[in-house]
Design a protein around this ligand. Structure first.
Ligand SMILES: Cc1cc2nc3c(=O)[nH]c(=O)nc-3n(C[C@H](O)[C@H](O)[C@H](O)COP(=O)(O)OP(=O)(O)OC[C@H]3O[C@@H](n4cnc5c(N)ncnc54)[C@H](O)[C@@H]3O)c2cc1C
Ligand code: SF4
Length: 340
């Protein structure tokens, strides 16, 4: 049985108190939401904070407001997120992304904030301590070499959060609070293409909430490739948000790929190709071709990287067809057994 290492635990009642605890622990403290990612990582000694700051007692982190668009507290569990009618009806892609995460038990514990700050993943890293020791560890933790690409100066571990690509596609923003104050940024700016330093969030900051603009005339969809339809991390995902004019032409579009790099990858050329066009088969096919180009999956997760890249085109096609209004339920059923 793998045991947790020793740590001190604090249970603050406010964000200000949590931020103060982080500031005082000088980089040796980590926040814990539901603990569904951090605690297994600690058991495997991938992450070894000596201080944990629990967020579950902070009520302000579970606030949901719908006055102007949608604001969701970072402490909201994934199950609570799925229960929000506004999410299901107006931000369908976000609902689909959340429904694809893990299992019901894990969604009851896992939070929005924890999902956005999820550690990057790699076959050489997501192993127990003894396994990693046997290969002399790797650059991401305790070692010097990247076993995926031995000449790589940086870690290539994969961004594996389901919500991040969808929230980038929806152009959401996040608030980060530290003892120095609050800053707000687009979700897209929260990430870096570096498997170790994969976030621009500072260690002393608490991610407090996610804000979404009103979903008027925007339609969205999320498609995820994984080995097991019941639960598994993504090895490829396509998040699509499209704003349609009354005559059906595309006013704006954002296509974002997940799990093909250390950050969510915005397929900007593909998105631009749709603007001013109708969602015809031809326009969708052209956008899907363009979208697959920036996908550079590495050989450090499930399935062959060549096939994953090829599937990027197919998954963007499915997502765009769904946004157009096609009935794609049969395809979804074939590849996924999520709540959908
Ligand atoms: C078997 C299994 C399957 C899984 N499948 C998926 C999957 O398919 N897709 C997927 O996306 N995830 C998956 N997960 C990972 C995880 O369950 C979810 O991502 C979950 O949403 C993480 O939330 P949490 O609150 O439990 O995070 P925690 O484990 O509490 O924290 C994760 C990270 O976020 C940080 N953090 C937490 N809250 C905040 C905050 N408010 N501000 C700043 N930092 C914060 C922590 O310090 C830690 O670094 C799976 C996990 C398991 C065990
Ligand atoms: S990509 Fe390389 S450095 Fe990063 S976790 Fe994998 S093996 Fe380690």
């Amino acid at each position: 049985m793998m045991r947790l290492p020793r740590f001190a635990y604090h249970a603050p009642r406010s964000v200000a108190e949590a931020a103060d605890l982080l500031a005082r622990s000088a980089g040796d403290a980590m926040l814990v939401g539901g603990g569904t990612d951090l605690l297994p990582n600690m058991k495997r000694r991938q992450q070894t904070p000596s201080v944990l700051v629990g967020l579950r007692g902070i009520r302000e982190l579970t606030r949901v407001a719908t006055d102007d668009g949608l604001t969701i507290g970072a402490g909201t569990t994934l199950s609570a997120l799925l229960a929000l009618t506004t999410v299901r009806e107006q931000y369908t892609g976000l609902w689909q992304a959340a429904a694809h995460i893990a299992t019901p038990h894990l969604r009851n514990m896992g939070t929005l904030g924890g999902n956005l700050c999820l550690d990057t993943r790699c076959n050489y890293y997501d192993q127990n301590y003894e396994w990693r020791k046997a290969i002399d560890f790797c650059m991401k933790k305790d070692g010097a070499t990247c076993w995926v690409a031995t000449s790589s100066p940086k870690c290539l571990a994969v961004s594996s959060t389901d919500l991040a690509p969808m929230l980038v596609a929806l152009d959401a923003t996040v608030s980060l609070q530290s003892a120095d104050g609050v800053r707000r940024m687009p979700v897209a700016q929260l990430y870096r293409n570096d498997g170790i330093n994969y976030m621009s969030r500072r260690p002393e900051e608490v991610l407090t909430e996610v804000q979404l603009a009103k979903g008027d005339r925007w339609r969205s969809a999320y498609w995820k490739l994984r080995r097991r339809g019941s639960f598994d991390f993504p090895v490829l995902s396509a998040a699509v948000a499209v704003k349609l004019a009354a005559d059906g032409t595309v006013e704006a579009a954002r296509i974002v790929l997940g799990a093909v790099a250390s950050w969510p990858v915005a397929a900007t050329d593909a998105s631009a190709s749709l603007v001013g066009a109708s969602l015809t088969d031809h326009a969708i096919e052209r956008a899907a071709e363009l979208a697959a180009k920036p996908a550079r999956p590495m050989d450090n997760t499930d399935y062959s990287l060549v096939w994953r890249k090829r599937m990027a085109r197919d998954f963007v096609t499915y997502a765009l067809r769904e946004v157009r209004g096609d009935d794609v339920r049969a395809i979804r059923r074939r590849i996924s057994r999520a709540l959908l």
